[in-house]
Design a protein around this ligand. Structure first.
Ligand SMILES: [Zn+2]
Length: 155
């Protein structure tokens, strides 16, 4: 955007010089030629101003997007303090609320992978009916499913 404004100003300055030269012209053909030249310069200046306006709109949208992301991350930094990473089954980790008392099976669990990327994503539990009942946790954000046999016992 910054480069368009000096270009537009330069075009307008050239237009001013041409307009001033009208005072010395007496020939209609010369005047017509200068009018065409003046129109071209004004159109070029308009294009630069429009380009600058478009860039400004894009930048404003980007600023708004970044402000929203900043707000989300500030909110997340407060929210994430409420969770701890726990080994809910042998070798299986999830984020659980600090104040949760009870068995891991009943806990509200968040995906570690997403948590570390500042995304709060719930793990949904289901059972796989096979020769042995396996427990499956699915991240609602599409991470790899987690499958295990038994939860660790929480005292
Ligand atoms: Zn995830």
């Amino acid at each position: 955007m910054i480069e368009y404004l000096p270009q537009a100003l330069s075009s307008l300055s050239a237009a001013r010089v041409i307009a001033k030269s009208f005072l010395d012209l007496r020939d209609l053909a010369q005047i017509n030629s200068k009018v065409v030249e003046l129109q071209d310069i004004i159109m070029a200046a308009q294009e630069k101003v429009f380009a600058a306006q478009e860039d400004k709109s894009l930048l404003a949208a980007k600023v708004q997007e970044l402000e929203e992301e900043c707000t989300r991350l500030k909110d997340w930094s407060t929210e994430k303090e409420k969770y701890l990473c726990k080994e809910i089954a042998p070798g299986v980790f999830a984020y659980i609320r600090n104040d949760f008392n009870g068995q891991f099976e009943n806990a509200y669990k968040l995906c570690c992978n997403c948590f570390d990327r500042s995304i709060k994503s719930t793990l949904q539990q289901s059972q796989i009916k096979t020769y042995r009942n396996m427990i499956k946790l699915d991240c609602s954000n599409g991470c790899h499913e987690i499958i295990f046999t038994d939860y660790n016992y929480q005292e």
